[in-house]
Write a protein that binds this ligand. Structure first.
Ligand code: HEM
Ligand code: HEM
Length: 194
């Protein structure tokens, strides 16, 4: 079953979720690793290009994932959840979706603003143009630092949200013992028509 129903996720949403979860965790780790590397090494340059390339894959997947979400029903949260918990789950998902766009976009603006003007060539094949950077942000250095700060703190916020999100999923599975985690792993809970 490819589409979501009101009782569970379909195959497309599940593949999107876990593919993007892996890519995001890898990108967070790679970003942190890049932080202290010497900038004059060719291997550092290659890792930055890889980070940028995968970041654009995440951005493209985020667009298709959100479109898919809009044309599919969203599975209902389990009965008996406290209204605050429901609100937390919805806000958490909105925050995760927002950061799936914000991280690649702030990265793209950061490299576009950089006075170094280093081109972005996806997987050494597809050149990506730089974005126009608003003049109100000041000099190129100032604009680059601004987007770098947004990118860095956005990444920390994303790490915190993922930690809470994954902890909530395991709490549902181990304490409440409901289908929340199972339905993001298998399409079986997504009964047709329900
Ligand atoms: C899923 C998307 C992305 C994630 C999760 C992510 C995450 C990160 C993290 C955690 C860092 C290290 C921050 C620090 O400690 O300073 C970082 C650095 C960086 N990211 Fe990203 N990033 C993403 C996409 C992108 C994209 C699309 C670009 C550019 C087109 C980009 C360009 C950079 C650059 C240039 C740095 C190094 C900044 C510096 O220290 O000079 N990132 N990223
Ligand atoms: C070990 C890591 C993770 C676990 C165990 C996990 C588990 C889950 C589960 C069980 C759901 C379904 C919630 C429901 O039915 O209401 C879900 C939804 C979601 N997860 Fe994760 N997740 C993990 C990592 C991530 C990561 C890294 C991201 C992206 C940054 C992410 C983004 C989302 C989003 C946006 C949704 C909402 C999907 C929708 O309803 O459209 N998750 N996750």
């Amino acid at each position: 079953m490819l589409r979501n129903t009101r009782s569970g996720y379909g195959g497309v949403a599940i593949v999107f979720h876990w593919t993007m979860a892996l890519l995001i965790l890898g990108m967070l780790a790679l970003g942190l690793y890049m932080h202290d590397l010497p900038l004059d090494q060719p291997s550092t340059f290659a890792l930055f290009q890889l980070h940028k390339s995968i970041g654009f894959v995440v951005l493209a997947l985020a667009v298709f994932r959100l479109l898919w979400r809009f044309v599919n029903p969203s599975p209902r949260l389990p009965d008996g959840m406290h209204p605050l918990e429901r609100a937390g789950a919805h806000l958490g998902h909105i925050g995760l979706y927002a950061l799936l766009f914000a991280l690649p976009l702030t990265g793209w603006f950061m490299v576009s603003a950089s006075p170094w003007g280093i081109p972005t060539v996806l997987f050494n094949t597809l050149p990506v143009p730089h974005l126009p950077v608003p003049a109100a942000l000041g000099s190129q250095e100032q604009a680059e630092s601004f987007f770098k700060l947004l990118h860095e703190y956005g990444a920390y916020l994303l790490m915190a949200l993922i930690a809470v999100h994954a902890a909530a999923a395991f709490k549902h599975h181990l304490v409440a013992r409901d289908d929340t985690l199972k339905r993001m792993v298998s399409t079986r809970p997504a009964k047709a028509g329900s």
